[in-house]
Ligand binder design. Structure first.
Ligand code: CU
Length: 127
């Protein structure tokens, strides 16, 4: 009997965790994409698709010293990206025009999105 109860509690916790993730997604999905004033100066756009719990690519490439529109698209769950060491963060389904010097940067999820949060790491190669 006690074992059944423990199992039930585990399942309940799991369902709640999943529901929290899905609920956040609905909030952000209804937002219209924010337009940035600098948007038209971006020479290209890089779309980063985030799901639970991974980015669609292990590595993204962009040209150095060139304004590029970075777009975060949450296909599942609610995620953010942070370009480590650059103070650049995008949360939800939004875009930002960024210009970076050459280098390899780590991108990771900036919103605590669940048990797989820590494995949401990718690379941004600027050259
Ligand atoms: Cu996360």
């Amino acid at each position: 009997m006690q074992r059944k109860l423990a199992l039930l509690l585990t399942l309940t916790a799991l369902v709640l965790a999943l529901a929290a993730c899905g609920g956040n997604k609905n909030d952000t999905a209804s937002e219209s994409p924010a337009g940035s004033p600098a948007e038209e100066t971006a020479s290209q756009e890089i779309v980063i698709n985030a799901t639970t719990w991974a980015f669609d690519k292990t590595e993204y490439d962009m040209p150095k010293d060139t304004p590029v529109k970075l777009t975060l698209n949450n296909t599942k769950g609610a995620h953010g990206i942070e370009i480590v060491g650059q103070g650049i963060e995008i949360r939800g389904n939004k875009s930002k025009v960024v210009t970076l010097p050459a280098g390899t940067y780590e991108i990771h999820c900036s919103i605590m999105c669940g048990s797989g949060h820590k494995q949401m790491i990718s690379k941004l190669v600027v050259s």
